[in-house]
Design a protein around this ligand. Sequence first.
Ligand code: SAM
Length: 274
Amino acid sequence: MDKKSEEYVKMAKAYHDKMAEDYDKPYHNEALGYDELYNYITDKIEWHYIEKYLPNKGLVLDAAGGTARLAIPIAKKGLDVVIIDVSEGMLKVAREKIRSQDLENRITLKQGDIHKINYPDNHFDFVLAQGIEYCPDLEKAVAELARVLKPSCYLELSADSLFFVTWAFLNEKNLEKALQVLDEGKYMSSGGDVWCWVYTPSQFREMCHKHKLKIEKITSGGGACAYIKDQSFRQAVFQNKKQLEKLLEIEMKLCEIEDTAILGNHPILIAKKQ
Ligand SMILES: C[S@@+](CC[C@H](N)C(=O)[O-])C[C@H]1O[C@@H](n2cnc3c(N)ncnc32)[C@H](O)[C@@H]1O
């Protein structure tokens, strides 16, 4: 990695060290359509696609695994998990959660950079990398994730979407940032001290071709409900179990239509190593 990318990784580390204690708290942002409804739908969909491709047993790498938000439910299914994350702060939160749930025998924590994974080739039975928009060199990261994955096993990753982030800036009436993200493929987070990179499904496809990964699915990861403007309707749906189930059914159907992938905030790629 070049010097500039190393600087970006340091910024991501410092940013996550600072916000680690708050990471698991529900996040709300009206411009992005983030609220209880959005979180409920996207969490369900995220887990649906993880569960669908997880093996029954074996060793999982949760790369940039943060506070073990996903590693814990995976470990509870009887799998062993290694979390690699650059932020000691995030790993500290993860360690406390893992200890309180008696999962120390199942989950190993390692501080490290996703662009340079300290494990041998063909080592893991499943590789997860959710929310890796803070990585300045996604191509290098994907090369590493693919290298440590065993053949015929799945890689699942997600990162910010070019379309969704541009749309969010338009909603914040910030035309300059909307244009910048389109031109540069990256944006400065609202806190102003870390860069995030955005992607299109075609870029995911190109990376798979380069690294001999066969695409199994590209999906929006849900969140069409972010586009519902009427706040009272959003709340009414969230409070009505039948309507909530119907919305989830609609979102799941949309997720199965690959053309909608760019519309989600965190499009998900699932690919198999050849
Ligand atoms: C959006 S959070 C996602 C955390 C977790 N995957 C989840 O879905 O809850 C991004 C995570 O990436 C980590 N991270 C950022 N840059 C990294 C890098 N170069 N190598 C490893 N981890 C990194 C951060 O510390 C943070 O924990």
